[in-house]
Design a protein around this ligand. Structure first.
Ligand SMILES: Cc1ncc(COP(=O)(O)O)c(C=O)c1O
Length: 401
């Protein structure tokens, strides 16, 4: 069945995800996405055909791994319109953000700005540096949880770094990154985007955006877990001190000195997750083939359908703006004072519908709003209108209970 709104053949896509044959309705992709068989095959290919080490061994298998990792870096660079040497492979978004936080050389009195909706991964590194004297300032969102540009313009003066969640995993809202980056640069501040929730769903052109650093995770974009990316402008990566050091980060050492590699190698310490990197590149290729604009449209259409029905139910409160066009593929909601975990468990036990519940690692926001958490539906390329109908039917049953 072709989705009428966009050129995306959802039924054909679904065949690439064997786990869907179990009849499950997977709506937890903001946590971890499913993996298409193409990604699994690419990873198995490494293990079955050239399970060796890149960049060290001269033999045929070693050479093959080096070549495949280099190819993977080029594909990821193309995915972001970056240069291959601006792509650092990490373990996940968390590691990418920690790398910047610990390598940028921020000093006592330097100001870092975040939003009030940061994932713990983009909160704790700055809280930690604040203990050593950096100033961490938070921009409070508007009433509807959208970005408050006026407050940002007030706080940006004197900032060294703006580190913000691009698309929020709490409510799906995307900040106006292009404008934020322009203003930050006019004030001499660098910008790091936590793009864990935007990269899987939106086309991101780092050159057009002019972003300085961008962090994301493979496991949310159809790729393997344990893989992540840090994009950085090359001249900035050159200035960063490596955060993890050891094998593969150096050209030469004596007992007392070390000559470091250039970026990105100087940041990729120790033997890498080669199968993961190769799988991640395959995931990027898969997403490019479908077209990220089509993905965004598909998710928004499904979100509209769910939102329209949910808002008909008395007592349902959606976190963030009610307009689904502003929440990408995420619907985070509460029903009166029902426990969100109970809603998630009932959906799972009654209809194999998998959603996330709790604080989604944004405890700080929930604590500030005196809420325990929410139930969160998050959509992706394999979700269908029929699945959305089933979700609404089941939520209505829960409400009747
Ligand atoms: C917005 C956002 N930032 C950061 C992270 C952390 O990602 P990871 O656990 O892959 O490092 C997540 C994961 O849910 C996220 O949604």
């Amino acid at each position: 069945m072709f989705n009428l709104v966009v050129e995306m053949n959802t039924q054909k896509i679904r065949k690439d995800f064997p786990v869907l044959e179990k009849g499950i309705i997977y709506m937890d992709s903001a946590c971890v996405s499913l993996k298409p068989q193409q990604v699994v095959k690419a990873m198995n290919c490494y293990y079955n055909e050239f399970p060796a080490c890149a960049g060290r061994s001269m033999h045929k298998l070693g050479e093959k791994v080096t070549e495949e990792v280099s190819k993977a870096r080029k594909i990821i660079a193309k995915f972001f319109n970056a240069k291959p040497n601006e792509i650092v492979f990490t373990k996940n978004t968390t590691e990418s953000i920690n790398l910047v936080a610990n390598s940028l050389g921020l000093k006592k009195g330097d100001k870092v700005i975040t939003t009030d909706k940061e994932h713990n991964s983009n909160l704790l590194p700055w809280q930690n540096l604040a203990k050593r004297g950096i100033i961490h300032e938070i921009i409070k969102s508007n009433e509807d949880n959208t970005f408050n540009m006026d407050k940002f313009k007030e706080k940006i003066k004197g900032a060294k770094l703006v580190s913000m969640v691009h698309t929020s995993n709490l409510d799906g809202v995307t900040i106006p990154a292009e404008e934020i980056i322009k203003i930050a640069h006019e004030h001499g501040a660098l910008v790091l985007l936590d793009a864990a929730q935007s990269v899987p769903h939106k086309e991101i052109n780092v050159k057009k955006l002019d972003v300085d650093f961008l962090a994301c995770s493979g496991h949310k974009m159809l790729g393997p877990s344990g893989t992540g990316i840090l994009y950085g402008k090359y001249h900035l990566l050159e200035k960063l001190e490596p955060f993890l050091i050891g094998g593969d980060t150096v050209i030469d050492t004596t007992y007392t000195t070390a000559e470091f590699e250039k970026p990105p190698e100087k940041f990729e310490a120790g033997l890498q997750n080669y199968a993961g990197i190769i799988g991640l590149a395959e995931a990027a290729r898969y997403l490019m083939k479908i077209g990220r604009k089509n993905i965004s449209k598909h998710e928004t259409e499904l979100n509209k359908k769910i939102t329209n029905e949910l808002l008909k139910i008395d007592g349902i409160k959606i976190i963030g703006p009610e307009d689904p066009e502003l929440r990408s593929g995420i619907i985070s909601f509460n029903y009166k004072d029902a426990d969100p975990h109970e809603i998630a468990l009932l959906l799972d036990s009654s209809a194999d519908i998998m959603v996330r519940s709790g604080a989604h690692c944004v405890h700080s926001w929930f604590n500030a709003h005196n809420l325990k958490g929410s139930a969160r539906v998050s959509l992706y390329i394999y979700n269908t209108e029929e699945e959305c109908d089933k979700l609404i039917e089941e939520i209505n049953k829960i409400v009747e209970l």
